[in-house]
Design a protein around this ligand. Structure first.
Ligand code: NAP
Length: 245
């Protein structure tokens, strides 16, 4: 087991990519703290992990809210160290720039980018003190190449990359690595919303001619969290079927 004895906090893990990452980390022996905005979803993933013989607990919190998030992490740190932080929570509010509402911009930037600051700042001190930590931030290839209708989402995901590289530099001497995974188009509730037309256009852009699955992402997360990846920091790794090569 690659992660025996480690404690991992995964945000937005009540479904989709975060759920599968949680199951994979627990499968490697980590004690998983499943966060989600919706309490029942976080609980049900924690139950799923426990039913499979793993260790898990759930915690409800809106990670876009600074005060709620710092309180959540303070409460977690009272009982456990946090060795691994996976900043995964994210939303879309798509529209063309000329039609985009200010609230669509603000909501996406708050959930996708401000949450990174909220969670990472809250765990950074304790990771520095323990001279060990793994932080993985889930961005998107849209942050690298853009996508029509996603100016807000692309800005948030590009922002994650700059943020992560900076934090990687600040924490590098303390045994804390910070890396970014940039998924392509992955089959989850987020991409279920796509129209048939958008889906066809998308397929044409994917050299592998299929959408990815959360199971395509999770093994890389496990590796980056393990001791085997101790000399990898500040990297952006695409998992996208070749779209952004
Ligand atoms: P998803 O199925 O929509 O899951 C996202 C999860 O995040 C949901 O459980 C959601 O809870 C939770 N969440 C949203 N806002 C939150 C908040 N403020 N606080 C706590 N939890 C919150 O999406 P996904 O496809 O798994 O995406 C996971 C991450 O991968 C996101 O960062 C996304 O941008 C990124 N990504 C996805 C794709 C893709 O093609 N699917 C591609 C590239 C990157 P609710 O149930 O309340 O909404």
């Amino acid at each position: 087991m690659l992660l025996k004895g480690k404690v991992a906090l995964i945000t937005g893990a009540g479904r989709g990519i975060g759920r599968v990452i949680s199951l994979a980390l627990a499968g490697e022996g980590a004690r998983v703290i499943v966060n989600d905005y919706i309490e029942e979803n976080a609980k049900s993933v924690a139950e799923e992990i426990k039913a499979a013989g793993g260790e898990a607990e759930s915690v409800q919190c809106n990670v876009a809210n600074f005060e709620e998030t710092t309180n959540m992490i303070k409460a977690i740190l009272k009982n456990n160290p946090v060795d691994i932080l996976i900043n995964n929570a994210g939303i879309t509010r798509d529209n063309l720039l000329v039609r985009m509402k200010e609230s669509d911009w603000d909501d996406v930037l708050s959930v996708n980018l401000k949450s990174m600051f909220n969670c990472t700042q809250s765990v950074a001190k304790s990771m520095m003190k323990q001279r060990y930590g793994r932080i993985i931030n889930i961005a998107s290839i849209v942050g690298l190449i853009g996508n029509e209708g996603q100016a807000n989402y692309a800005a948030s995901k590009s922002g994650i990359i700059g943020f992560s590289k900076t934090v990687a530099r600040e924490l590098a001497t303390r045994g804390v690595t910070v890396n970014v995974i940039a998924p392509g188009f992955i089959q989850t509730a987020m991409t279920d919303k796509l129209s048939d037309e958008a889906r066809e256009k998308l397929f044409a852009s994917i050299p592998m001619k299929r959408l990815g699955t959360p199971e395509d992402i999770a093994p890389l997360v496990v590796f980056l969290c393990s001791d085997k990846a101790g000399y990898i920091t500040g990297q952006v790794i695409n998992v996208d079927g070749g779209i952004a090569m």
